[in-house]
Design a protein around this ligand. Structure first.
Ligand SMILES: *Cc1c(COP(=O)(O)O)cnc(C)c1O
Length: 466
């Protein structure tokens, strides 16, 4: 693609302007402004270019979303075509438009089981806000308005709006702004490395799943509307549940009359080697949250997919007083459709399943031999390594949690790899289109960064267990 480059001011000037006027998400403003933001100016395939001309392998696919990779002209064309023809119209007042109709049908065909209706939103957070109201309205429509409580999990991430962050189980987020909202509770996560102790991982997975049943009993089944979970927790640190976990969760949801909401914002659209994480784990959700990979991040769009049964109850109930100005935005819908076409016609989900994920797993799991690594885990194109000063004991560092992770993240950037830290683990979620040489490069740079990090930790006396 030979798109002309935009002109932009020198890096230092842009950083100063950014510091002067831009409040960044999930960022300590003063800390950032003291050193200046890294400014990304272009991207192609799996590679970013910054304003100083450095090329960086994007091991995070933006924020877990650029599934088909950067620079696909077809999406730009789809957006331009739609903007010229119908840049905006709403779907509120008994109106619809061709892209939203086609996208709803396409999603109904792709989604597992009879998840064949979709309520559109502008993001994953909005979609999860919709899910709170949708699940409660569903039970009200069935004459059980007291079924209101939604059970979620500690350290889950479901978005950043008031509702979605309440569903999420991030302590730091709940600490700001008076969250969670009422009638949302959180059980423990299936995080074996961090919380499994001496237990066998499969036994631990079953035990954590059974907390759901205990919580339903504690609250009273007649008060519980739904359970929500990510098939694999992403922002919580790529927490891949033991194989025993999801079958037990599914059994419990079936045994009790509650809705199961699968938050597929990260796992959806190929990341686990199937179209949806629910297929990878044989989950049968009543509601599925989608966003991110739905458009590969080229446009902001999300949605709630629901089963035919849920849709029928809702449709019969009367008006659902809920919607966003940009629900089913025509340009976003047209871009999402084109993204889904590429995912399918380029065989990207099969590429993940048959080639990229097995190769990544083979290489990534070897990182477990690195002296700084306590565990390496991988599923599809999601992977993590836990850093530790004491391999045998899975011990945390003496330094405050996140110190080592942040240092390592900065070293990765300097090494030409975006690899994010969560606490003191390092995670990747790369574009799904990575080929074997690119996976080799990712691993090579990760090893280089881990080596450099370890040397620095030793020099600074930080390789001690806490
Ligand atoms: C990113 C994310 C969200 C929130 O999506 P936004 O588009 O950022 O609002 C919700 N759930 C999961 C699992 C996510 O990873």
């Amino acid at each position: 693609m030979n798109t002309p480059r935009s002109n932009f001011p020198p890096t230092a000037e842009m950083q100063a302007t950014d510091a002067a006027h831009h409040l960044h998400p999930f960022t300590h403003g003063d800390a950032l402004n003291a050193k200046g933001a890294r400014i990304i100016t272009r991207a192609e395939g799996a590679f970013l270019t910054d304003s100083d001309g450095n090329e960086i392998l994007d091991g995070m696919a933006g924020l877990w979303c650029v599934n088909i990779g950067y620079g696909r002209d077809e999406l730009a064309e789809a957006a331009a075509r739609q903007m010229r023809e119908l840049p905006y119209y709403n779907t509120f007042f008994q109106t619809s438009h061709p892209p939203v109709i086609a996208l709803a049908k396409r999603l109904a065909d792709l989604a597992p089981g009879d998840l064949d209706h979709v309520f559109f939103a502008g993001s994953g957070s909005e979609a999860n806000d919709t899910n709170i109201r949708l699940a409660r309205t569903y039970w009200a429509a069935r004459g059980k308005p007291e079924k209101r409580v939604i059970i979620s999990r500690k350290n889950a991430y479901h978005g950043s709006s008031v509702g979605a962050a309440s569903l999420g189980g991030m302590q730091a987020m709940h600490g700001q702004g008076g969250l969670p909202i009422p009638d949302i509770t959180h059980i423990d996560q299936p995080y074996w490395y961090g919380e499994g102790g001496d237990m066998d991982p499969e036994a631990f997975g079953r035990e954590r799943a059974r907390q759901l049943e205990a919580e339903i009993h504690r609250l009273g089944e007649h008060n519980v509307a739904a359970f929500i979970a990510e098939p694999i927790q992403g922002a919580g640190g790529v927490i891949i549940p033991p194989e025993s976990y999801w079958p037990e969760i599914q059994r419990i949801c079936d045994a009790h009359d509650i809705l199961l909401i699968a938050d597929e914002v990260i796992c959806g659209f190929g990341r686990t080697g199937a179209w949806f994480g629910s297929e990878t784990y044989a989950i049968r959700p009543d509601i599925m949250t989608i966003a991110k990979g739905l458009s590969s991040g080229y446009q902001p769009i999300g949605g709630s997919m629901v089963t035919r049964h849920v849709a029928e109850v809702l449709n019969a109930h009367g008006e659902f007083y809920h919607g966003y100005t940009y629900s089913g935005h025509p340009v976003a819908a047209a871009v999402a459709l084109e993204n889904l076409r590429i995912l399918e016609e380029d065989g990207i989900v099969e590429h993940v399943r048959d080639t990229a994920a097995p190769y990544l797993a083979e290489k990534w799991l070897q990182l477990a031999d690195h002296p700084l690594v306590g565990e390496a885990r991988v599923k599809g194109m999601l992977a993590a390594v836990e850093l530790t000063p004491d391999k045998a004991g899975r011990a945390p560092f003496a330094a405050p949690v996140g110190t080592v992770g942040l240092r390592t993240r900065d070293i990765c950037f300097q090494t030409g790899l975006v690899m994010r830290n969560v606490r003191d683990s390092m995670i990747v979620s790369p574009p799904l289109i990575l080929d074997k040489p690119e996976i080799d490069l990712l691993i090579e740079r990760a090893v280089q960064a881990l080596d450099t990090a370890k040397k620095g930790l030793e020099a600074d006396g930080l390789m001690t267990a806490g």
